[in-house]
Design a protein around this ligand. Sequence first.
Ligand code: GH3
Ligand code: MG
Ligand code: MG
Length: 309
Amino acid sequence: MLARLLTTQGARTAGFRLLTASLLLVLAADVGFAVLSTVASYDGGALDTLWILGYACCGAAALHPSMRDVGDPGTAVARRLTFRRFALLGVTTLVAPVVLAEQGLTDPTGIDWRGVTIGALVLDLLILARVWTLVVQVQDQSAQLAALAHSDPLTGSANRRTWDLAVPLAMSAAARSGASLVVAMLDLDHFKDFNDRYGHQAGDRLLKEATAAWKSLLRAEDLLARYGGEEFCVLMTGASAGEAAASLQRLKAATPRGQTFSVGIAVWDGAESPEELLDRADRALYAAKRAGRDRVVVAGSAGAQDRAT
Ligand code: GH3
Ligand code: MG
Ligand code: MG
């Protein structure tokens, strides 16, 4: 209890100090009694003063108003496993075997096997319980971290990292199955004007609502990712350029507040790298912007003409 009190981060209030003093005094008296009564027969004396002082401190601590806050965690400090703490745990785990060894060496017939066994079992169970809670905590945190690392905080959709990982995988899957692979890059039209007119918060809200609306229209196997700012990309497997263009037109119609966007679509030719495929979609997107926005442009194969819908 004393070790727990002294290692917690809580405020060192008067109640805290009285309680600590009380425990220290009683501990000192108990240890003194144990030592004195083994070397001589002890029957009362100076030690009684320590006990009485200890109990008096305990009573004073209970009466002090600051005792109410003694359990407060105080200013939150990130709890790290320090070497000192770990070494303390190591020493504690050694208590049972060291007691057993000491008794075996000095008096093999008088081994207190019950005490040693119960002590070792209790310690083992406590350590197991602690390890269990820590492992569960680490697993939860790593799942949260993985989710954070792969999704965009504003819209909750996949982020660019997820996109960059997904495209090569989708390419090898498409190469094996022979299915087509389509990439669409979309960019909201005149979104800066929207922010200027309605405010940045309204712009954020629109981004959130738009992604939610688009997701509800896309198939579960399509990937929608926020590429950055007000640019998004969609990865579709098994769709033709025409089907993808029609799908993107439906997304455009479902975008809240009549907001439009321009889209560039590129169908993977089976040989180009993810960067080359995205670059073709990006150039088709700029063609859509140049042609007046609010439209879908399908990239021609390298060198061929783009096609607008
Ligand atoms: P264009 O039709 O040429 O794409 O015009 P635009 O105004 O959309 O293009 P521009 O690239 O000039 O501006 C993009 C704007 O998108 C600028 C920025 O204010 C807005 N934007 C980017 N990310 C966010 C965001 O997370 N929240 C909000 N509210 N606005 C954003
Ligand atoms: Mg942009
Ligand atoms: Mg834009």
